[in-house]
Design a protein around this ligand. Structure first.
Ligand SMILES: [Zn+2]
Length: 49
């Protein structure tokens, strides 16, 4: 069975910088602070669908 992946997109520039394995038990939308190499700083990254 293939693992589901979801992308995390920078909320400032929209770049999809990270992919993570989806957790089937998690229902809320994921929002994490991560480093964006395009923005050059830590920005809020949101889960994309
Ligand atoms: Zn960015």
């Amino acid at each position: 069975m293939a693992q589901k992946k979801i992308a995390l997109a920078c909320s400032a520039c929209g770049s999809r910088n990270y992919t993570i394995g989806a957790n089937p038990n998690r229902t809320e939308r994921l929002e994490v602070k991560k480093f964006c190499k395009f923005c050059g700083e830590h920005t809020l990254h949101r889960e994309t669908r």
